[in-house]
Ligand binder design. Structure first.
Ligand SMILES: Cc1cc2nc3c(=O)[nH]c(=O)nc-3n(C[C@H](O)[C@H](O)[C@H](O)COP(=O)(O)OP(=O)(O)OC[C@H]3O[C@@H](n4cnc5c(N)ncnc54)[C@H](O)[C@@H]3O)c2cc1C
Length: 464
């Protein structure tokens, strides 16, 4: 139905790379080629929208999975296992016969030759010729000019990040249990989260749940309820993008859960043992072994690659300014979507935007392949609302203007998040873990760390 058998086509695409670099066309097999860089929210939606197009699609990612980032904090706090939120990309596009996936890191894009340059896991150079290119490389962390803070205050962007954070958090409790010095014990039991946006609020809520409800009866030398959990933000409120009513509710609930909230307060320095902050009461140095970064984001370096090649602007967060149809100005057949781009209407860096842009671009390319060269209607974002959890039974939601708090908002959050996971197995697995972890036993089924993980925490602090 789609031309040669899959294994022959795979070979053809790799050979196509060599062919293209010798100057021949990229449509040698008669079918055009679409390359999608990034198998995140935007990339997967673009691939899905091309499922029935008469085209060869290559979905290239430096990981082999599609990561559901909004639930990373639940991996970091032992609620979910990584596999539940990160299905293999091959599985995701398994039944899409015109699509192949490739594990490789894209390092350059030759716009003139229409070739994506990538490096396989064995350092093999793989050139991917394209007729249409969708770049959806996402974003990483921004430490506001202090990249050295990354080693002291890790953030969460990948499964590895979440696993490391889990070792850091649970390792700190293990080290507190055997600490002989009171001050050292207190330092292990102090957790500071920088950034009170949805991610910061959600992980703070779970740190509090761990300390207050999950761990207390399990330790003999320490009272985990004495753990100090601090949430700070330079903004004057928690959850800056949310309505004031929801911000106030969230702050009240977190404070009731024992969280110390410091607003109008920015991190000014940190090392392995401490974090220095400046707020309304002046400068304060807090001794805390665990700092978690949930503040700024920086667009994928691929935005810079495209900006340099086309002379297109990037904003302060490194996001590429794309045209209203998500095309990259001055780059024929190239579209960029998701967290790595900025649009004239300054859309937020959220999954819904990336997904809707992915679908839009996939459809646009399908039309182009059918010979439709008319100017498309600009991309229009449909805002379905936003939500964040506070604790195990608490959330806030703003769904199309309706503001909901508490248990009902929490149920809405559960429904939306579980439905957006890919695969029924993952959905049921996640639901099971939520019922088990959050509702009844308040247990955490995925708290695995070992000596290596805990040692890394200890060594890291000793080195400082
Ligand atoms: C901890 C956290 C919590 C979040 N919570 C929410 C939430 O509750 N609600 C919400 O709407 N949004 C949330 N977001 C934001 C949301 O996840 C992003 O907006 C969304 O993932 C953006 O989609 P994307 O396709 O642009 O990028 P991503 O989903 O990040 O995908 C980018 C993909 O590109 C790949 N890639 C990057 N560079 C290369 C390269 N050079 N070569 C090959 N592959 C590459 C990456 O491996 C990745 O798979 C959260 C984000 C984080 C980090």
């Amino acid at each position: 139905m789609y031309g040669p058998r899959r294994d022959e086509r795979d070979l053809e695409i790799l050979q196509g790379a060599d062919v293209s670099s010798t100057g021949e066309t990229r449509t040698d097999g008669g079918r055009k080629k679409v390359v999608i860089v990034g198998g995140g929210f935007g990339g997967v939606r673009a691939a899905k929208a091309l499922a029935h197009a008469d085209v060869d699609v290559t979905l290239v990612d430096r990981t082999n999975h599609h990561l559901f980032q909004p639930l990373l904090y639940q991996v970091a706090t032992g609620i979910l296992s990584p596999g539940l939120i990160a299905p293999a990309l091959r599985r995701v596009v398994k039944s899409q016969r015109n699509t192949r996936t490739l594990l490789a890191e894209v390092y350059d894009i030759d716009l003139a030759g229409k070739v994506v340059k990538s490096l396989g896991p064995n350092e093999q150079h793989i050139d991917l010729p394209y007729d249409y290119l969708v770049v959806a490389g996402g974003a990483g962390h921004a430490y506001f000019g202090h990249d050295e803070w990354a080693q002291f205050a890790p953030g969460m962007k990948s499964i590895e990040d979440a696993r490391m954070l889990r070792s850091q958090i649970l390792g700190s409790y293990e080290l507190a249990e055997i600490a002989t010095d009171e001050k050292e014990r207190a330092a292990y039991l102090t957790f500071v989260v920088v950034g009170a946006g949805p991610t910061g609020v959600e992980i703070t809520g779970q740190l509090s749940e761990l300390a207050q409800y999950v761990l207390p009866k399990e330790y003999r030398s320490i009272d985990t309820r004495e753990a100090r959990i601090i949430l700070l933000d330079a903004a004057p409120s928690v959850l800056p993008p949310f309505a004031p009513k929801l911000q106030k509710y969230t702050q009240r609930r977190l404070e009731k859960m024992g969280v110390e909230i410091r607003l109008n307060t920015a991190a000014t320095d940190m090392d392995a043992e401490t974090i220095t902050v400046k707020g309304p009461k002046g400068v304060d140095t807090i001794t805390a072994k665990t700092k978690i970064w949930a503040a700024g984001v920086q667009a994928s370096p691929l935005a810079k690659v495209l900006a340099a090649a086309t002379g297109t602007e990037t904003d302060r967060a490194g996001r590429l300014a794309v045209d209203p149809d998500c095309s990259v100005p001055g780059a024929d057949g190239v579209y960029a979507i998701g967290d790595m781009v900025s649009t004239v209407d300054r859309l937020p860096g959220v999954a819904q935007v990336a997904m809707q842009q992915g679908t839009y671009v996939g459809k646009l390319i399908t039309n182009r392949l059918k010979g439709d060269e008319t100017t498309p209607a600009p991309f229009k974002y449909f805002d379905k609302g936003s939500m964040a959890t506070i604790g195990a039974r608490e959330a806030v939601a703003d769904a199309m203007g309706v503001k909901v708090t508490g248990w009902l908002a929490y149920l809405m959050w559960c429904y939306v998040h579980v439905m957006f996971l890919i695969g029924w197995g993952n959905r049921f697995g996640t639901l099971y873990n939520w019922v088990r972890s959050l509702r009844y036993a308040r247990n955490r089924g995925h708290r695995l760390i070992d000596m290596t993980g805990a040692k890394a925490v200890a060594e890291h602090h000793e080195a400082a």
